[in-house]
Design a protein around this ligand. Structure first.
Ligand code: FES
Ligand code: FE
Length: 384
């Protein structure tokens, strides 16, 4: 893929020296992954669920966030709440389905303790014989929730980091202005297509791949046709606010460069015929083009397995018209498959003796070194 780090230092010239990568064990060691689950995935804002997937009161979805299953649901009042998906009686997983809809309560399938959609324990068999059980103390354990860009973001930390600084700020720093992403009206877009990819690679390989463009000329023939500057491989040129320009003979961000759909409402002249990519640590990639938005959510499941849910979002009129989206979706679906195949090619080599001390980043990839330092710092290790 293509992108840049949101904190890349603007137009500053990259250092000339080669930078080391993380050592191979960072991508394979279960102990490292366990620390990442706790200190990164459970400690930062995590984009879990698309809000529109919880269309009606009683709708729920479950998502793996670090070591936990999180249950996200819409309440009777229309709010979104999220809980650890664990019954407070004997610890059964409350909802085993990925998604579903209940009328007004969530009932544990083991002994039928029943919780309302705000997480309160409202009933349990033989409750009258359990005077020691205080219903108010046995509700589901809630987690922090924010909604932005049409997605539900959760944070399992007791004290979440600032959403404005770490999520909205990451997008604003990349795009140069807090208002740019708002012009795409992402909240109001409709889901045109969703594709899930089960990738046999460590989540950091996927992030690093997204942040570099050194591979674009080698593995992305369709993308470099549409965005010729990507063929040069210099991710560092994607400084703050820079969008890659469509080729002069390209009509749209489609697999064959033919026209896509009309420009989204608020997209201005300066964003027209341009592609912007944003990384929101730890697990979200946004891709903005004039007629649609692509959102990747990564769910790291194991040191060598990452589930990626990718949504293609269009104006509601385009989706409701039933028009064929395939030439639009196919471009980034191919890019995804090319990228994930590359990540899967690297994963087995991470445990090779040849990669014991890691590899190198080319000089324009100083922003990937900064991602490595961020990870190592959070894990309490010196950057290697
Ligand atoms: Fe849920 Fe017993 S474990 S009701
Ligand atoms: Fe790529």
């Amino acid at each position: 893929m293509t992108a840049t780090d949101p904190d890349a230092p603007g137009t500053a010239a990259p250092p000339a020296e080669l930078l080391p990568t993380l050592a191979g064990h960072y991508y394979t060691d279960p102990a490292v992954f366990a620390r990442e689950q706790e200190l990164i995935l459970e400690s930062h804002w995590f984009c879990a669920v698309r809000s529109a997937d919880l269309a009606r009161p009683g709708a729920f979805r479950t998502a793996t966030v670090g070591r936990e299953s999180v249950l996200v649901c819409r309440t009777r009042s229309g709010a979104v709440r999220a809980f650890l998906n664990v019954c407070r009686h004997r610890g059964a997983q409350l909802c085993t389905a990925e998604s579903g809809e209940v009328r007004r309560s969530l009932q544990c399938p083991y002994h039928a303790w029943t919780y309302d959609l705000d997480g309160r324990l409202v009933a349990a068999p033989n409750m009258a014989d359990m005077p020691g059980v205080d219903k108010r103390e046995r509700g589901l354990i809630g987690v922090h929730v924010r909604e932005w860009l049409g997605y539900v973001w959760v944070c399992l930390a007791d004290e979440p980091p600032s959403f404005d600084e770490t999520v909205r700020g990451a997008v604003a720093r990349r795009l140069g202005d807090e208002d740019v992403v708002e012009r795409y009206g992402v909240e109001g877009l409709a889901l045109g297509r969703r594709i899930s990819y089960d990738v046999a690679a460590n989540w950091k390989l996927v992030v690093e791949n997204f942040m570099e463009c050194y591979h674009c000329g080698t593995i992305h023939p369709e993308l470099t046709e549409v965005l010729p500057e990507f063929a040069e491989g210099y991710a560092a040129q994607y400084h703050v606010g820079h969008g890659a320009e469509f080729g002069s003979d390209v009509d749209g961000f489609t697999v064959d460069g033919t026209a896509g759909f009309g420009r989204l409402g608020g997209v201005g002249e300066e964003q027209d015929r341009r592609y912007y990519a944003v990384t929101v640590r730890p697990q979200v990639f946004l891709n903005l083009v004039p007629d649609h938005v692509i959102v990747h959510r990564m769910f790291p499941l194991a040191p060598d397995r990452t589930l990626i849910e990718c949504d293609w979002l269009y104006s509601p009129e385009v989706v409701e018209s039933g028009t064929d989206l395939s030439h639009s979706v196919e471009l980034f679906d191919r890019v995804n498959r090319q990228d994930f195949e590359a990540c899967e090619r690297c994963q087995p080599a991470m445990s090779s003796r040849a990669y014991r001390t890691g590899g190198v980043l080319v000089p324009v990839e100083h922003h990937i070194a900064e991602f490595h330092a961020w990870v190592a710092d959070l894990l309490g290790d010196p950057p290697e």
